[in-house]
Design a protein around this ligand. Structure first.
Ligand SMILES: Nc1ncnc2c1ncn2[C@@H]1O[C@H](COP(=O)(O)OP(=O)(O)O)[C@@H](O)[C@H]1O
Ligand SMILES: [Mg+2]
Length: 284
């Protein structure tokens, strides 16, 4: 096998959004197939390249995932590479990027040991409404809205995260996520390929719920996404920059996904072809 597309046992098949990637790899003359990262007994020295795709349970067992990624790095070619995976699996990378001058959604970091009173925190920061979420997360895991007039559920979540020994983040609630939507900017092999408008995941409902709609890429979004990429100091093969506007309309980084992002290939097949082409070069 040339390329293993890493998924997870909970959902071992390829995510439908990655089907264009599989097709593009095959069109490059490569053999490729999905393999769950936690598949018992799989010989990871067999594939020449391991591409992380839908390993969507890593946030529940990050240490195990990082140990696995370190092992794979020793016997195959892992993308994105291990140092990127280590750095990007904890949202403390947002602190690093903020230090480098990237506008990041304002964040209060709540340590794993301390009890924090949400009402006090929100009052001090002047936030009417906030979001509580874990620092190691994916797919809006344990993410909830906190309102000053009814802080109960969010306070309970914050207490739960602290009790579990998990670092938490509190941010002002950006209503632009519901109105104009987050912009996800995808880049492959050093170039921005396309953007989509993400739907507000916390409000999702119904069987036909979709994650994103097509969007044109504004100059401001493209320029901030390029700055984010360059501030990482890494050269990731693929990634996604999620941006949102604050109450004043300024653009800020919500999330940078360099491990297992949905890359919205079904919205833009040339991006899948670009990634397959770069992977083919790695295999030669
Ligand atoms: N500060 C915020 N304001 C509004 N919505 C938010 C905020 N933070 C997170 N969300 C919502 O929760 C989703 C998940 O949060 P995110 O930071 O992207 O973490 P992850 O995708 O790793 O779970 C976002 O896509 C957005 O819909
Ligand atoms: Mg996200």
């Amino acid at each position: 096998m040339d390329v293993a597309l890493a998924t997870y046992l909970g959902q071992p098949r390829l995510d439908p959004d990655d089907v264009p990637l599989l097709e593009a790899l095959l069109a490059e003359g490569l053999s490729a197939a999905p393999v769950p990262w936690d598949e018992p007994g799989f010989d990871w020295s067999k594939p020449r390249v391991c591409l992380l795709r839908s390993t969507w349970d890593y946030h529940l067992r990050r240490e195990e995932f990082l140990e696995w990624a370190a092992r794979i790095s020793g016997v195959s070619s892992l993308w994105n590479p291990l140092p990127i995976v280590r750095w990007n699996t904890h949202k403390s990378y947002l602190r690093d990027l903020a230090r480098k001058g990237i506008p990041v959604v304002p964040t209060e970091w709540v340590g794993a040991a301390a009890r924090t009173d949400l009402v006090q925190l929100l009052s001090e920061r002047g936030w009417q409404e906030a979001i509580v979420k874990p620092a190691i997360s994916a797919g809006a895991y344990k993410t909830t809205r906190a309102r000053l007039d009814s802080p109960g559920p969010a306070q309970a979540l914050l207490d739960e995260l602290v009790a579990l020994g998990l670092e938490a983040m509190v941010q002002p609630y950006l209503s632009s996520v519901e109105s104009s939507g987050e912009r996800s900017v995808v880049f492959i092999d050093g170039q921005i390929t396309h953007a989509v408008r993400k739907r507000p995941i916390l409000e999702r409902s119904g069987p036909h719920w979709q994650e994103a709609d097509p969007a044109t890429l504004g100059e401001e979004e493209a320029s901030l996404a390029a700055r984010v990429l360059s501030a990482t100091g890494f050269s990731p093969l693929y990634g996604r920059v999620d941006l949102a506007r604050d109450a004043g309309g300024a653009l800020a980084l919500m999330e940078l996904e360099l491990v297992e992002p949905t890359l919205f290939f079904t919205h833009h097949r040339p991006a899948a072809e670009r990634l397959a082409h770069a992977v083919a070069a790695l295999c030669r």
